[in-house]
Design a protein around this ligand. Structure first.
Ligand SMILES: [Zn+2]
Length: 113
């Protein structure tokens, strides 16, 4: 049973042919749309790169259950979802922590006073 704990293990996985194929399958299934944006009624698709400009939207194929903890689900289509970079970051907790904390604090203050 493969493990995906270290950077190297993950890197290898994300460069594998099996992943590349499944990833495309997931994108196709999701219509190349961010599934969280879709749930909010917004259509976010991969933007086309324009000459001399940065790509505005980048879609990620995300594991709902992270491969570190659920290596068995690494190549299960049902465990994949297409997310925009924004939602992917939120899910990974990269920006959520900050927002979550400040929100929490305000709510707490409101209740207190
Ligand atoms: Zn999104």
């Amino acid at each position: 049973m493969p493990e995906y704990i270290t950077k190297e293990q993950k890197r290898k996985f994300y460069r594998s042919r099996a992943w590349e194929e499944l990833r495309l399958e997931a994108l196709k299934r999701d219509n190349y749309e961010c599934q969280h944006c879709k749930a909010e009624g917004i259509v976010t698709v991969d933007s086309i790169k324009q000459e001399g400009k940065r790509k505005e939207t980048v879609l990620n194929v995300d594991h709902k259950y992270p491969i570190e903890d659920y290596p068995k689900l690494a190549l299960v289509l049902d465990n994949l979802q297409t997310l925009c970079i924004n939602h992917h970051n939120i899910k990974e907790g990269r920006t959520f922590d900050k927002i979550g904390k400040s929100k929490k604090k305000r709510i707490w203050d409101d209740e207190w006073w």
